[in-house]
Design a protein around this ligand. Structure first.
Ligand code: SAH
Length: 348
């Protein structure tokens, strides 16, 4: 094990696999290492993706949820949420609008809503794939059976996002009620990968009770799972959850983790997330300069955006919205990047 944090960082940049204690040493030494990590991560992004940034159109199609995640604003026991479900037609309209703007990936995200059983979701996925054969469909609808994932995959779904949230059992149990278990989340992630989905895991930075040791475990988990995508953004409290009074995750630490993920998995698809952009108006750009290569503007119908509030002040307008694509393009142009009209599949 390299003894000094900057030696450890150079080892990672050189392609070495790090242990959890080594990752932890990097996290402890973040302040002095961050600029070098970002520079090397940005170089890797350029090497594998050039100046191209992939865009994904996010369609938040239901905020009904059977789960009760402590951090999430649309948790089952929040009575103050006005619940909604988009109709199939509304979902297709979002795709139509997005296609015209240049989106070639649609991300269907929602709470775990039993109304969208396999038959209904299969029909929606098949319809989108038949209307837009040149587009990828990503699902982000939580934990389901292997059988269900298999049917969705056969219907044409290409990718699946399911953040592991934390790779530490104890920490997972602080963030979720006892019925929700890390082991079942990991079972889902394994199934998704085996079924041929381009699979994404990920976590929040600064979630309650999280330590740097937990984050080091997240990084070793990510290295061994080797996902096609990693979603990570700062925790932001929501006023109707048990975590309402807790502080937001740290922006700098989030940026550093983006760099460490890029250095760990050079070809990974790595979004600069909405949560990051919510805390920092320059969050998207700073995320990209730290190694991110994907942005996911909101394609949901305008009037429902304020109902899909996972956390307070969630950004959903301006460059966070599909309508803001021109402005986003200009911002990206200012750092020499450009949006591509492309499915933006995982590199093999
Ligand atoms: N029901 C789906 C989609 C969840 S929302 C699923 O379970 O996968 C997508 C992600 O938003 C979650 O995985 C979580 O990491 C993030 N999120 C939820 N609440 C948040 C909060 N308060 N702050 C920051 N991110 C949050």
């Amino acid at each position: 094990m390299a003894d000094d944090a900057s030696d450890i960082l150079e080892a990672l940049i050189g392609g070495d696999s790090l242990s959890a204690p080594e990752y932890e040493a990097l996290l402890v030494g973040r302040e002095t290492l961050q600029a070098r990590a970002a520079e090397a991560a940005n170089e890797l992004r350029l090497r594998y993706f050039g100046n191209k940034i992939y865009i994904r159109g996010l369609i938040e199609f239901t905020n009904y949820c059977r789960n009760d995640c402590m951090y999430c604003g649309i948790r089952r026991s929040n009575p103050n949420v006005e619940r909604y479900r988009l109709t199939s037609e509304q979902i297709y309209e979002c795709c139509e609008f997005g296609y015209g703007l240049g989106f070639r990936t649609f991300v269907l995200q929602g709470g775990e809503d039993g109304w969208f059983n396999d038959d209904r979701l299969v029909e929606i996925v098949s319809e989108i794939k038949s209307r837009y054969p040149d587009c990828a469909v990503t699902l982000s609808v939580g934990e389901r059976s292997r059988e269900s994932y298999s049917r969705l995959r056969s219907a044409g779904a290409d990718r699946y996002l399911l953040r592991h949230e934390t790779a530490n059992d104890w920490h997972y149990s602080q963030l979720h009620p006892s019925g929700q278990r890390l082991s079942s989340r990991l079972r889902c992630l394994k199934d998704l990968k085996e079924l041929g989905f381009q699979t994404g895991c990920g976590f929040m930075v600064g979630s309650p009770y999280q330590t740097l040791g937990h984050l080091a475990e997240d990084l070793t988990f990510i290295r061994s799972f080797c996902p096609a995508m990693v979603g990570l953004g700062p925790f932001i409290p929501h006023c109707d959850t048990p975590f309402r009074d807790l502080p937001c995750g740290d922006i700098e630490l989030t940026l550093f983790l983006l760099s460490l993920v890029r250095l760990t998995l050079p070809k990974v698809l790595l979004p600069a997330t909405t949560a990051l952009a919510t805390l920092d108006p320059k969050g998207r750009i700073r995320g990209i300069l730290s190694g991110a290569n994907v942005v996911m503007p909101n394609l949901s119908p305008f009037d429902i955006r304020k109902k899909y509030l996972l956390y307070n002040n969630k950004a959903g307008t301006g460059t966070e919205s599909a309508e803001g694509i021109r402005q986003l393009s200009e911002e990206l142009g200012s750092i020499g990047c450009e949006i591509v009209v492309d499915r933006g599949d995982a590199l093999t």
